[in-house]
Design a protein around this ligand. Structure first.
Ligand code: PMT
Length: 221
């Protein structure tokens, strides 16, 4: 499938968690391992694409032939993605980007002399929404990680953010984050496909094939 619709195309992928600093030694983050995004990068590379992976802190080896840009925070991920968005054909947001970050980062390690501590948080930039509204924009693929009403929330995100395609996964204890397997349901304007439950590597190949099909169709018309 190296001669397929993604051959020679530039694919930009985000993966992993972000870390939002509280002080020099502490941060807010989530359970993303990066496995889904790294598997997508490898599958896109195997489909003949030129792949750049903007990755939060994970402990995975770089997939062969993929350029990895390491970032830590949502703000850094936003900057690195926006610096490349004009030069890519397909964007896939598989990262679990923190939605909120501390308003201020303490210069020194916070001391525990109070019984209660309040952290004030502020929204981080929405990378996927910024890519989807960029002109010219790449074929834009989002993920939806939901603990309930997965299909409904995914369809809503697809429409609200004006995406070309969204991959929804049920997440929670024993599902989605930090595992080798996953379940994916995919939606696009006017269609949907159940990719089933399988290893993230197998699902990544199925999703990349589907993205290639949809991308190929949109770029013929
Ligand atoms: O990394 P793994 O352990 O393999 O786990 C895989 C995964 C469950 C993390 C992955 O499959 C997944 O679902 N990634 C998206 C997780 C997420 O943050 O979903 P969300 O529904 O909160 O966000 C929706 C979309 O907006 C995502 O494409 C996300 O990358 C993007 N987003 C969110 C917030 C933000 N500030 N910027 C963004 O770009």
């Amino acid at each position: 499938w190296r001669g397929g619709p993604l051959a020679g195309r530039r694919v930009l992928i985000t993966a992993g968690p972000t870390r939002e600093a509280i002080d020099p030694v502490r941060f807010l983050s989530n359970r993303s391992s990066g496995k889904m995004g790294y598997a997508l990068a490898q599958a896109a590379r195997e489909a003949g694409a030129e792949v750049v992976l903007v990755s939060g802190p994970v402990s995975l080896p770089s997939p062969a032939g993929v350029a990895v840009v390491a970032v830590e925070s949502a703000a850094q991920m936003y900057e690195q993605v926006m610096a490349r968005v004009a030069d890519c054909d397909v964007f896939i947001g598989a990262a679990a980007v923190a939605d909120y970050a501390p308003v201020t980062v303490a210069g020194q390690k916070l001391k525990k002399h109070r019984d209660r501590l309040q952290l004030e948080l502020v929204r981080t930039p929405d990378i996927l929404a910024a890519v989807a509204t960029h002109r010219p924009r790449p074929f834009t693929v989002g993920f939806a990680a939901e603990t309930e009403r997965v299909r409904e929330y995914a369809r809503d995100k697809l429409a609200r953010k004006g995406l070309d395609l969204i991959a929804a996964n049920p997440v929670g204890p024993g599902q989605g984050f930090d595992r080798d397997d996953n379940t994916l349901w995919v939606f696009w304007p006017g269609g949907e496909r159940d990719l089933g439950t399988a290893s993230k590597k197998a699902l990544a190949r199925r999703l990349i094939t589907l993205i290639g099909e949809r991308y190929g169709q949109e770029n013929r018309t």
